[in-house]
Design a protein around this ligand. Structure first.
Ligand code: MN
Length: 267
């Protein structure tokens, strides 16, 4: 496992009043409701900065995919939104191939995992979450492979069309594996999370990945906010109603908002 100490620390400028966090939107060609909700939210949020903490996209096959189709529409939304507020992006376990080229083209700043954020006189630790799901041994082996720079270079050297096919078969493989797990799911390892919070002197942790949105104390005085997934298109595939949520940090207080409630109302 990688270091628990954040290699990057972001100091929120004093004039930031609101900071939003989203993750696990899993946007794709076949999630038009999610995409439209995300676009409406990101272009109009009243936040000074938005931290996208991984799995914005269901798959990402390389930054050279950004010139056409769904990826081009995603890039256009990021670019337009970045003109009016600061955008940060951390990769997740689905869009881990989204890289510096795409982010630079869209004026989005890359975040290492984990990253520390200082805002409203508080220290907050940010992670996608998959790296600390230590109980899922097959996934951790897969992760070690696909995060290897040599493996990534080899994959990115293949033709774009071939990579799109690969992504499709990986997706059906992960759906099959999820079914075979028979409802077993892996949470972030709590001792690891607490150690990371200690090492970064951050009493608050924000992560996504598990699709189990909650706010809870991992230990006295140490709180984690687990971000919601966005399931507006696939509600019936899940054991819950369609949902989408933005976590907002405003004047040192945390609130969960529907995307439509995070935007300027015009009143
Ligand atoms: Mn994830």
């Amino acid at each position: 496992m990688e270091a628990l100490r954040a290699s990057r620390e972001i100091m929120a400028p004093a004039d930031w009043q609101r900071i939003d966090f989203i993750s696990d939107l899993h946007l794709a060609e076949d999630t038009p409701k999610g995409f439209n909700a995300w676009r409406g939210y990101l272009l109009n949020t009243t936040a000074d900065a938005v931290f996208i903490l991984g799995d914005l996209f269901e798959a990402w096959v390389g930054d050279d995919a950004r010139f056409e189709g769904f990826e081009a529409r995603g890039a256009a939304v990021l670019s337009a939104a970045a003109a009016d507020r600061k955008l940060f992006f951390m990769v997740g376990n689905r869009d881990f191939l989204l890289g510096a080229e795409m982010l630079a083209a869209c004026s989005v700043e890359a975040l290492p995992d984990p990253t520390a954020l200082c805002a409203f006189d508080q220290r907050v630790l940010l992670t996608h979450g998959d790296a600390w799901c230590l109980g899922d041994l097959p996934y951790q082996a897969f992760r070690a492979q696909v995060r290897n720079p040599a493996w990534q270079a080899q994959v990115l050297a293949r033709p774009l069309a071939e990579r799109r096919l690969m992504a499709r078969s990986l997706r059906s493989e992960s759906e099959r594996a999820a079914t075979e797990h028979g409802g077993v799911w892996f949470d972030v390892d709590a001792p690891t999370a607490l150690r990371a919070m200690d090492e970064n002197n951050a009493p608050t942790l924000v992560h996504g990945h598990t699709h189990r949105p909650t706010t809870e104390a991992l230990a006295p005085g140490r709180v984690r906010h687990v971000l919601s997934d966005w399931t507006l298109d696939h509600g019936r595939d899940h054991n819950h109603a369609p949902r989408a949520e933005v976590m907002r940090f405003e004047d040192g207080r945390w609130t969960r908002l529907a995307p439509a409630d995070a935007v300027a109302s015009g009143t």
